[in-house]
Design a protein around this ligand. Structure first.
Ligand code: COA
Length: 500
């Protein structure tokens, strides 16, 4: 190997205070695992010596504890984009310590290429291997690595010997040209390969190779389905089966996108069991555990993803069965897995989770009570805005009935009513297509709100005025005021309100 082989601590010396640093990976998989922790250790030492040391961290999506966790605990994060999901980072963002720019995941790489954030100083990329002429087999996620490798002045590669050689060929690396030279992206079905199995870096930029032996996959798994998540899954599948039956979706069905977590898992379990929905393909950003089962059973025919977001056991199972699964999976850059052009062309059916929805169909995915960041919008906007049919999922109530996820007005809006087609809760399915906002309000209240909250929502509507949309500015956040004051939205009280 022509590259300097170093310890993580030595490699971390290349990262300077104020640097823009791009890391590999997308969700927990594929992130670097030792160099960011060494950068964090450096930051601690610099802080102890009375010197400033913070970096601006760019990723594909959320990262792992070795990256976001270590760097945030060391107070080494100044700026963070485009997505995070760790409590420690979230708390520092909400406390104003870390500047966070919550961006559509498909746009992060191109925004950095366009120069919106200044130059990229360092890229830290986990890989399976690198050749002397700079061909890199990436790890278990692609994220924005191809762009970071193109742009960064200095590149640090972590070669993780736990990544099996059989991963070679699972990546499809394609970086679009920038306007005004961009061409169509040649993906016409989820299994089409647009680019190359390796990412490329100019060998002269590789300042360090760090050898690691770190476990792949995510610790833990999903909690088992409960009655609520199971019901949401059943409602989604019944809706999709009916769409096929009445001819609004083609009989061979359409590629689906689904997020991670228990609700997404419930939908996948429902799809596995369904006898009315044919075997299907997936065009998504994260391939979670259930997909491996579905690929093996043949219910799922192909998964295009950005990341193998698998638990440790399922990751091992995946690579144990790689001979049969190799031709059924492609991992692409976030820019491509989430690209509006392809999502629209393929007719992807999007399924994402909401924190809250309002009676007109606006969705809040990111800010609890309008101010406290939870994670971010992630890829939900990329998919929702461009989907064939966009679906939002959530339980109708949370926290022992004290929270209604259906509220008079969302406290923060990530997805406007113009992009939201269907809302599904454990109560049922609200179909917003072909309805005006007031018709949507009736549909949402009667079909998906929890019966406990329907009278309050109906009353809000009666107390509201307007034209195309109804609103009562004094009461629009009444559910949230009641929650803040009493911890219970059921305590919402309209009796003091005088109707004129
Ligand atoms: N009002 C007040 N608090 C609420 C709330 C509401 N309507 N909804 C959720 N919360 C609180 C919960 O009580 C919980 O708090 P706790 O941690 O103190 O218990 C917290 O917010 C998280 O809620 P939970 O229901 O556990 O979230 P989840 O794990 O089901 O995730 C999202 C839901 C929306 C946060 C998550 O799906 C997300 O981040 N989505 C955006 C990203 C995305 O969609 N990406 C694309 C697909 S990968």
């Amino acid at each position: 190997m022509i590259y300097p082989i170093m310890s993580a601590a030595e490699a971390a010396e290349f990262v300077k205070n104020g640097d823009n640093v791009g890391v590999s990976g997308f969700t927990i998989p594929g992130n670097p695992k030792v160099v960011p922790a060494a950068v964090a250790a450096r930051a601690r030492a610099e802080h102890e010596a009375g010197r400033e040391f913070k970096i601006n961290l760019f990723s594909g999506a959320s990262t792992n504890d070795y990256t976001d966790g270590e760097l945030s605990r060391a107070h080494a994060l100044n700026f963070r984009a485009p997505y995070q999901s760790l409590a420690e980072v979230r708390n520092r963002i909400n406390a104003g310590e870390v500047h966070y720019s919550d961006r559509h995941l498909s746009e992060m790489a191109q925004e950095v290429r366009y120069g919106m954030y200044g130059k990229m100083d360092v890229a830290i990329v986990e890989a399976q291997s690198i050749t002397d002429d700079g061909e890199i087999v990436l790890g278990t996620a692609v994220g924005n690595s191809p762009t970071w490798l193109q742009l960064a002045e200095k590149v640090i590669i972590e070669i993780n010997d736990q990544i099996p050689e059989s991963i070679h060929g699972l990546h499809d690396i394609y970086v679009p040209l920038d306007p005004p030279c961009r061409r169509e992206i040649p993906i016409y079905k989820p299994s089409d390969r647009a680019g190359s199995p390796t990412a490329h870096v100019d060998p002269k930029k590789v300042v360090a190779v760090v050898k690691t032996s770190m476990p792949l996959g995510m610790p833990g798994g999903f909690t088992p389905l409960d009655d609520t998540t199971r019901k949401i899954g059943e409602n989604v599948c019944a809706f999709l089966a009916n769409e096929i039956k009445v001819g609004r979706m083609p009989k061979e069905f359409l590629p689906i996108q689904s997020g991670v977590g228990n609700i997404a898992n419930a939908v996948l379990e429902g799809l596995e069991a369904s006898t009315e929905i044919p075997a299907f393909q997936v065009y998504t950003e994260v391939m979670q555990d259930t997909f491996v089962k579905l690929l093996k059973s043949g219910r799922c025919q192909f998964v295009s993803t950005c990341s193998l977001t698998l638990s440790r056991d399922t990751m091992m199972d995946f690579f144990d069965n790689i001979k049969d699964l190799h031709d059924k999976v492609l991992m692409r850059p976030a820019e491509i897995s989430n690209h509006p052009e392809i999502i629209r062309r393929l007719g992807v059916v999007s399924m994402n989770t909401a924190i809250e929805v309002d009676i007109f169909g606006n969705v809040n995915s990111s800010h609890v009570s309008g101010t406290r960041l939870m994670n971010g919008i992630g890829g939900s906007g990329d998919f929702t805005r461009n989907a064939y049919t966009s679906i939002f999922l959530c339980p109708s109530i949370k926290k022992d009935d004290c929270i209604s996820t259906v509220v008079p007005m969302c406290t923060h809006i990530d997805h406007t009513l113009h992009s939201v087609d269907i809302i599904v809760t454990d109560q049922g399915v609200a179909d917003l297509r072909g309805k005006d906002p007031i018709q949507c309000a009736h549909e949402i209240i009667e079909k998906v709100a929890h019966p406990t909250y329907r009278p309050l929502l109906r009353e809000y509507l009666k107390l509201s005025k307007g034209g195309h949309v109804l609103m009562n500015p004094n009461l629009a956040l009444s559910f949230h005021s009641a929650l803040a004051a009493t911890g219970d939205m059921r305590k919402t009280d309209y009796s003091h309100y005088q109707v004129d």
